[in-house]
Design a protein around this ligand. Structure first.
Ligand code: FPP
Ligand code: MG
Length: 304
């Protein structure tokens, strides 16, 4: 039977263990912050996009249900976003729901809708991540396809961060690149016809630059895309940021190259399932991008 003194000893050792765990986790946090601070002293990409893939395989590998996989995926989004914000990345885009994802089972679609509704509002709430780092939320895509309660949450969440302007978070849903490009072509034509009093020849004035400036992501302030990351080992773009990630330099004459389009998007396929993706997956990606910037700078200066 336990005596009062052995019970006290047990409680004291438990407290010591707790303190040790706390100190260790604080030390880890401090080391991570130091690492980000050092990285942020180098060149930093303006725009990083993520295809957050592998939530269901992650869930299966951990014996969890699919909904938990998506829930853990949301926690990873918070973690990765905070890393980007600490590095002073101006714009982060994430593929949260493809238009095609409506074809998944009704149960999974419903769970993703509830997740979107609650987590968008959570992210934007007073004192939460987007307010703390002065980030504006843009939901990019065909939001009219969402159930009404999600549409309301989107409008409310965007409104809560409307005045924030240090950084941008683009949550792309329900999104597809082809849809974004089609909408941009349509509105470019409409605008040309309006300006030219319906004279069809004005359509000839539409350039790549015109279409680029009509992309929803560009209209909402996104800079050119520097890095695109897809997790979970799948090597496809799955209709995400196809225009933004196109290497314009290889297909166009320099004199014709549009200013806004990106000429050097680095595409990274990472093996980690999205819910497990973190600092130690991201640091090598940033280092590789920094090396390419330094190399380009070196090339330019040695040509002079
Ligand atoms: C892809 O993995 C992931 C999704 C379709 C959903 C991603 C959504 C989140 C991470 C949360 C979003 C949060 C907000 C705020 C909207 P998958 O389902 O294709 O998994 P698999 O590749 O293993 O099948
Ligand atoms: Mg997938």
């Amino acid at each position: 039977m336990a005596t009062p003194s052995s019970l006290l000893l047990f409680i004291a050792s438990l407290l010591h263990l707790l303190q040790w765990i706390l100190e260790k986790s604080q030390a880890t946090r401090l080391a991570q912050r130091l690492l980000l601070w050092v990285l942020a002293a180098g060149p930093i990409p303006q725009h990083v996009a993520f295809v957050m893939d592998g939530n269901r395989r992650y869930a299966r590998s951990k014996g969890k249900i699919v909904q938990e996989g998506h829930g853990d995926g949301y926690m990873a989004l918070r973690r990765v976003l905070e890393i980007c914000l600490r590095l002073n990345v101006r714009c982060v885009s994430v593929y949260a729901f493809a238009i095609d994802n409506f074809k998944r089972s009704p149960d999974e679609v419903e769970a993703l809708m509830y997740l979107a509704e609650s987590k968008l509002l959570e992210l934007c709430a007073h004192g939460n991540l987007l307010q703390e780092y002065d980030v504006r939320l843009n939901v990019i895509g065909r939001t009219e396809l969402f159930p009404e309660y999600v549409q309301k949450a989107v409008v409310k969440a965007e409104g809560m961060t409307r005045k924030n302007n240090r950084s941008i978070l683009n949550v792309c849903m329900p999104y597809s690149s082809r849809d974004e490009m089609t909408a941009a072509v349509e509105s470019s034509i409409r605008e040309a016809l309006e300006k030219g009093d319906n004279d069809l020849s004005t359509i000839e004035n539409i350039t790549e630059d015109t279409i680029n400036s009509h992309l929803m992501s560009v209209q909402r302030g996104s800079p050119p895309l520097d890095i695109l990351v897809r997790t979970s080992g799948v090597k496809r773009l799955s209709d995400y940021m196809l225009w933004q990630a196109s290497p314009v330099r290889s297909i166009m004459n320099h004199a014709l190259r549009p200013v806004q389009c990106c000429e050097n998007t680095q595409i990274h396929f990472n093996k980690t399932y999205w819910p497990d993706f973190g600092l130690f997956d991201f640091v090598p990606i940033i280092l590789k991008w920094q090396r390419s910037v330094w190399f380009r700078q070196y090339e330019v200066s040695s040509r002079r």
